[in-house]
Design a protein around this ligand. Structure first.
Ligand code: GLN
Length: 495
């Protein structure tokens, strides 16, 4: 059978169980697709030997009648996840040559269930960015293009390689991570589905830390059903992460009934931004109408502190990053600068960090160090933390008033051109996260799903934000919206 790489996780799982295909065949189809995909720069370390070995083991498990949901399914892993014996660089020069001695809990959960790793995926350096342009490997490229224009577009960031690979059918699904929108924004830019679960659902152990109070892993998939299947495998309590929640993981797929009758869906007025493209307004209005037609009750809500979310995020995330990145000192991991006679340990740190970190990472370390410094701690960091508490309270109040989920646009625009923002003020790039960072600050689950195309033929996504720990319900709302929107478009193959 050809085009096995184009299957969804659910489709491939069913074919594996009915013995219509083998994991080896699925894996070979993906490896072939990856081979022809250099122009996308999505996979940055290929692991075909590991993949074939895991595929054979999965086939044996399936033959023995022991096949968990992810068994035999070929996926890609974001470079931020430590994978044992396999380069794990967080797309940074400072981790060049680093091969972890351990496996992240999330990737281990996937492998325990029989998933097959095809390789590591491109991303922004240390997951800082919204366009995949801060990667030491160079940017990943979006498989979508505007109309007949062949200008290369960003797949979004930071999980740009994951998004590009899934949208281009190089793998059946991929892992992503989301600190301020890095699963949902690239998913929206590439016409795929991405869910960031509640903070604490997925273990952070073995995932290179960016901003520890915001980071969460999640699946990036071809549809909502696949997101449910993969999320269930990825999450679960982990004693190695003190912020991991000890809570039973439901069967998310079984919760996809599509029935949202009587659900209260909130439409927050603060997400109606000045200068938002008309097409995004329309997409949002259409999505609202679809949920209403499916039986949901639509209510106008207010999240009054929304406008402070981006400034608070761009204090808190750099503060935590500056502390987390202090460990890259040229001693414990990866790169160390060549020293000159007379250089001491201070020069070693300085030269190593100046060479190893890219400019966006350096900017974040400097901002973070500044806002944590003795003289400014109260004015910036503590104030941002108070703002964060207010943002969380906005959501708590709305949920306490009976709202089940909140519908918003996922991004303020469609995918933009690579290089288009390079000379812009960095704040322009930060504005990409305007609809997503609130969700991380409040620790809530959020999902982006594609619901339409813009005038230039590029995918646009909507976001649903759910109650904490109720990913099953959130996935079901997304499933109802997905069914109503009927988005089936794929990028035309040019690579
Ligand atoms: N774009 C945001 C940032 O640069 C979010 C990144 C992320 O979610 N990892 O910080």
């Amino acid at each position: 059978m050809s085009d096995l790489n184009k299957l969804t996780l659910a489709g491939a799982r069913d074919k594996l169980r009915s013995k219509d295909v083998s994991s080896v065949e699925l894996t070979e189809a993906c490896l072939n697709a990856i081979e022809g995909s250099n122009a996308l720069n999505a996979f940055v370390h290929n692991t075909p030997e590991i993949a074939m070995e895991q595929a054979k083991a999965a086939d044996a498990r399936i033959a023995a009648g022991d096949a968990p949901a992810m068994c035999g399914l070929p996926i890609g892993i974001k470079d931020l996840f430590c994978t044992k014996g396999v380069p794990s660089q967080a797309a940074s020069g400072i981790l060049e040559g680093f091969k972890p001695e351990y496996e992240s809990t999330v990737s281990q959960n996937l492998f325990d269930d029989g998933a097959v790793m095809l390789g590591k995926l491109n991303m922004d350096e240390f997951a800082m960015g919204s366009s995949n342009e801060t990667s030491v490997y160079g940017n990943a490229v979006n498989p979508w293009r505007r109309g007949n224009d062949d200008a290369p577009l960003t797949p979004g960031g930071s999980s740009g390689g994951s998004a590009s690979a899934v949208a281009a059918d190089l793998c059946l699904a991929a892992t992503g991570t989301d600190t301020g929108g890095s699963i949902r924004q690239p998913a929206a830019f590439t016409g795929i589905t991405g869910i960031k679960p509640t903070y604490g659902r997925c273990s952070r152990w073995g995932i290179v830390a960016f901003a520890s109070s915001l980071d969460q892993a999640g699946p990036m998939t071809k549809d909502v059903r696949d997101a449910a299947i993969m999320l269930e495998t990825m999450c679960g309590h982990d004693p190695k992460d003190s912020t991991s929640m000890d809570l039973a993981v439901p069967n998310f797929e079984a919760m996809l009934t599509g029935d949202i009758k009587g659900k209260k869906i909130g439409i927050p007025k603060e997400y109606r931004m000045d200068g938002m493209p008309e097409e995004i307004e329309q997409l949002w209005a259409d999505g609202t109408a679809m949920m209403k037609a499916a039986g949901a009750e639509i209510v106008d809500i207010s999240l009054p502190h929304t406008k402070y979310a981006l400034p608070a995020y761009y204090v808190i995330a750099p503060a935590e990053a500056s502390s987390n990145l202090a460990r890259y000192d040229g001693v414990k991991y990866g790169h160390r600068a060549t020293l000159e006679a007379g250089d001491g340990i201070t020069e070693m740190y300085e030269k190593t960090r100046a060479e190893g970190f890219g400019s966006e990472v350096q900017r974040r370390v400097m901002v973070g160090t500044y806002v944590l410094s003795a003289g400014f701690y109260d004015a910036y960091y503590n104030r941002a933390r108070r703002v964060r508490a207010l943002i969380k309270k906005d959501f708590d109040d709305v949920f306490a008033a009976g709202v089940d989920a909140i519908l918003t646009p996922a991004t303020p625009s469609a995918a933009f051109g690579l290089g288009e923002m390079t000379d812009a003020d960095p704040v322009q790039m930060y504005l990409n996260d305007v609809f997503t960072v609130t969700v991380n600050l409040a620790g809530l689950p959020g999902i982006a799903i594609p619901t339409g195309l813009d005038k230039q033929g590029l995918p646009l996504g909507l976001q649903l934000i759910g109650r904490p720990w109720e990913e099953g319900d959130l996935l079901n709302c997304a499933y109802a919206l997905e069914s109503a929107a009927g988005f089936v478009e794929k990028p035309g193959k040019w690579w």
